[in-house]
Design a protein around this ligand. Structure first.
Ligand SMILES: C[S@@+](CC[C@H](N)C(=O)[O-])C[C@H]1O[C@@H](n2cnc3c(N)ncnc32)[C@H](O)[C@@H]1O
Length: 468
């Protein structure tokens, strides 16, 4: 039996949803971060649990033929793009394999058609939102010369995996536009010279907290959101002048302040420094308003494809009542609205519901109703929704990673819709929920995996379930 610290020879057989390679050693499962199927490695056992081992690669004996040179200079340390050195076509195959294996293992589905993964229209620079953290503790790279090329006590970038007190300083990110790279570098230069300190997670003090960049991929509008501990009108005035001098390519500039000690770039108060304080994005023929703190799908171009699949699987004729559970800011409901008689969206977060109503009004959509509600609580008495509106013909769900609350699932059964369209960002909880629905009278007809996040192991899917 291998012990912690042992170096072992492993042949990788598969990958997990978390992008780790899977090997076997004396009948035990070994997870190997960053390894691909077919690769042979020498690895050190770093974790021993009752059911599995985890090992870090010490040396590659054979590398997968699907590996390539990653374009990003930060790839080795950043951890954001685990598969940037893997050919995109092969990433899609891996994601298909993960969905199929998860559906088989957790849901017991062996026969369900799982279509090839829908590729993202852009494999790089696809994100419409990026969040960078300021830190007083820069992650020092192992090969940095002495004297250090950058200050030790200032960074703007990403927390690297497992080190939440330190930040890897980033100059450019291949997941955002080149314009945003320019803005990132400029904001960093300004903050460094500002006389204000970056956030220090140990003393829980500092001025600069986050830089959030948002961009309408279809509209070209761009928001710079400087998130600071407090508003400082002098800094804001100087930054405005700096942004004009350097012709920074933004359409609106805002300053959010937060005194929260947590690592969330959510402002408690906002000052609009320039422009309208919002940007717009379009999905299909619809326009959505995005403010600094509102939720919006991160990969705009692929979100449209995801929603098209949801519309297709809903098989609407224009006569149906559709319930959109976990509706967020209403983008699915609005996208579906031309094909249905009525759409009812239910969502926990009040601000999102306000956004959803606004988005519907902005687009002249008048057959959508949005309600605040906790599915886990309200769907214990799901019949109330039927009384208030009508029996839904189709229920669309797009839950968070935890999946649909058991009361939500029971409520759906009580409403007896002809079909359920399940949009999922977690194949494991989807497999569990789909099994429940299938055991309760629905057929799982087909599954369409959709790649919203190239170079990461995340995978979304849309599934069609029909009442037997
Ligand atoms: C994956 S997002 C879906 C967003 C939306 N469909 C979209 O594409 O923009 C999940 C949503 O579920 C909401 N949510 C989480 N727990 C909930 C609950 N118990 N009841 C209702 N909504 C909930 C979250 O606030 C979030 O907006």
């Amino acid at each position: 039996m291998a012990r912690k610290g042992d170096i072992v020879h492993l042949v990788i057989e598969d990958v997990t949803f978390g992008s780790e390679g899977i090997a076997r050693l004396d009948g035990q499962v070994v997870f190997v971060p960053a390894a691909l199927p077919g690769e042979e490695v020498e690895a050190r056992i770093v974790q021993r649990k009752r059911d599995f081992l985890r090992a870090q690669i010490v040396e590659w004996k054979t590398r997968s033929g699907h590996r390539l040179q990653p374009p990003c200079p930060h790839f080795a340390f950043c951890g954001g793009c685990v598969w940037q050195d893997v050919a995109y076509e092969y990433q899609l195959q891996l994601k298909h394999r993960i969905v199929a294996e998860t559906l088989r293992r957790i849901g017991g589905f062996g026969e369900v058609p799982i279509h090839p993964v829908l590729a993202s229209p852009q494999a790089f620079r696809y994100r419409n939102k990026m969040e960078f953290s300021f830190s007083a503790h820069r992650w020092i790279l192992p090969d940095e010369p002495d004297p250090l090329p950058k200050p030790r006590d200032f960074a703007l970038g990403f927390h690297i995996p497992g080190r939440y007190d330190k930040v890897l300083d980033i100059d450019a990110c291949w997941l955002q536009s080149e314009e945003n790279d320019q803005i990132l570098q400029a904001v960093k230069a300004f903050a460094l010279e500002s006389g204000k300190t970056p956030w220090n997670t140990r003393t829980r003090s500092g001025f600069w907290r986050f830089l959030v960049l948002r961009e309408g991929k279809n509209t070209g509008q761009r928001m710079i959101n400087l998130v600071t501990y407090e508003h400082d009108s002098e800094i804001n005035r100087r930054f405005l002048a700096f942004a004009a001098l350097h012709s920074l390519p933004y359409t609106t500039l805002v300053n959010n302040a937060t005194k929260s000690l947590g690592g969330v770039a959510f402002g408690e108060s906002e000052v609009v420094l320039d422009g309208p304080g919002i940007i717009h994005e379009t999905l299909g023929k619809f326009t959505f308003e995005i403010s600094a703190n509102s939720f919006f799908q991160t990969n705009s171009l692929q979100a449209e494809n995801l929603y098209r699949k949801a519309v297709e699987f809903a098989r609407l004729t224009g006569a149906e009542t559709v319930f959109d559970l976990y509706c967020g800011t209403g983008s699915i409901a609005i996208f579906v609205s031309p094909y249905a008689r009525r759409v009812v969206g239910i969502e926990l977060v009040e601000a999102a519901v306000t956004n959803a109503r606004r988005n519907a009004a902005l687009n002249g959509v008048n057959n959508c109703t949005f309600e605040v509600g906790d599915i886990g609580k309200e769907f214990r008495r799901a019949w109330r929704y039927e009384e208030r509106y009508a029996k839904p013909d189709v229920v669309i769900v797009d839950p968070p990673r935890a999946g649909v609350h058991p009361n939500g699932l029971k409520g759906i059964l009580a409403l007896k819709p002809e079909r359920v369209v399940y949009v999922s960002c977690n194949p494991s909880t989807f497999a569990r929920d789909a099994r429940f629905l299938v055991d309760s009278g629905y057929d799982l007809v087909q599954v369409q995996p959709v790649d919203m996040f190239p170079h990461t192991a995340h995978i979304e899917l849309v599934a069609e379930l029909v009442k037997r």
